[in-house]
Design a protein around this ligand. Structure first.
Ligand code: SAH
Length: 357
């Protein structure tokens, strides 16, 4: 196969190879004086055979392997693994600079979903979120997102079918790397775009920017409140992003992509789970293609919000249904152990973010 070197940007010296397309890998091998078919082999070894070092790629000559041994593939190592009785597996992954991130593998009868992180920590500081309590360190690179999916796939010995960007971090604050990862997960790992969900708390102008990439991914918006005052109380960044503007951008997303939007709504007892909140919520999201996912609050130790009883959850569902809102309830899997996002990392570390080598 021939690939024009203008078609894709060249890979810079010692840049990790994971996350790069077949065309980019092919360019890279030909720059090394190798035949183009080596690009396809490299692609297969990285994405299908799980090669962690170029030295391990035995179809390459020993001499060439020695020459390129310093180029990283860009894989993390599993620092800690915790399996819940329902089969959900949480991983604490150690990045090459020592930072730790969480990824979760969630098996069901027909699916294997991976919950991926997009940042080390998170700057949004939502009041109910364990990750938000730990502060923000840095964005993840494309290869560090793709790596999480390969790691879970290899550990389960089963193909990943779905991906949710619901781990640590705010993906729209790291849009370029996230869009790069979606492209790679789709084209290199073979996961359908429609099986990928990006969850965001909403950053002004960024939902529009995502829509302009014309991806077929599902957008999930963490709404969590039915009015502006309540939302500001839970989500500090909401002060700079009026609910009306957020909903307008969601409309645009639907218009540009033709995809319906999911609204996520954490249920906090007495705070946002009353019938009047259901009525307000129905008024906010009614009238366009959307779906509401109710998430009964997953307790974290830093704050004392309460999870509503199942009866109250059902009452909220009924109020929404009466108003013709498409609604489902999503219980967090693996609740038995450190289930809330960011909790595993917080509990495993005395010094919150850097792991010893
Ligand atoms: N920053 C993005 C993605 C990460 S959080 C976002 O905010 O959407 C993924 C989802 O988990 C969000 O809907 C978030 O609000 C929710 N979440 C965080 N902490 C939670 C908790 N303690 N209980 C239930 N859901 C929680």
């Amino acid at each position: 196969m021939t690939v024009s070197s203008q078609a894709s940007p060249a890979i810079a010296a010692a840049e990790p190879l994971l996350g790069q397309s077949l065309a980019q890998l092919t360019d890279w091998v030909t720059q090394q004086g190798q035949p183009a078919y080596r690009g396809k082999q490299l692609h297969q070894w990285i994405y299908e055979k799980g090669a962690r070092r170029l030295e391990d790629i035995t179809v390459f000559s020993k001499a060439w392997r020695a020459e390129i041994a310093h180029v990283p593939i860009g894989r993390s190592t599993v620092h800690f693994r915790s399996e819940a009785p329902d089969g959900t597996v949480k991983y604490l992954l150690r990045l090459t600079d020592g930072h730790l991130i969480e990824a979760v593998g969630i098996p069901t009868a027909k699916r294997l979903t991976v919950c991926v992180s997009s940042q080390v920590g998170c700057p949004m500081a939502c009041d109910f979120c364990a990750t938000g309590k730990g502060g923000f360190l840095r964005n993840l690179a494309t290869h560090e997102i793709v790596d999480q999916v390969l790691t879970v796939q290899e550990d389960f010995g089963e193909r990943v079918s779905n991906i949710v960007f619901m781990g640590m971090g705010e993906p729209l604050l790291n849009l370029e790397a996230v869009v790069g990862a979606i492209r790679s997960l789709n084209q290199d790992v073979g996961i359908g775009q429609r099986a990928i969900t990006l969850s965001t708390v909403g950053i002004p102008g960024h939902i529009r920017r995502l829509a302009e990439h014309h991806l077929q991914v599902t957008l999930a918006v963490s709404l969590h409140a039915s009015n502006q005052a309540l939302r500001e109380r839970l989500i500090p960044s909401a002060r700079r992003y009026p609910l009306a503007d957020l909903i307008d951008e969601c409309y645009e997303y639907v218009n540009i992509t033709g995809r319906r939007v999911t609204f996520e709504y954490i249920l906090l007892a007495e705070l946002n789970d009353l019938p009047k909140h259901a009525a307000e919520l129905a008024a906010q999201v009614g009238g366009f293609q959307s779906h509401v996912n109710l998430i009964p609050y997953n307790p974290i130790s830093e704050v004392d919000y309460q999870r509503p009883s199942d009866r109250r959850v059902q009452g909220f569902v009924d109020e929404l249904k009466r108003r013709h809102v498409a609604v489902s309830v999503r219980y967090s899997r693996g609740l038995e152990k450190d289930a809330a996002c960011g909790q595993l990392r917080a509990q495993r570390l005395e010094e919150p973010v850097i792991a010893p080598a």
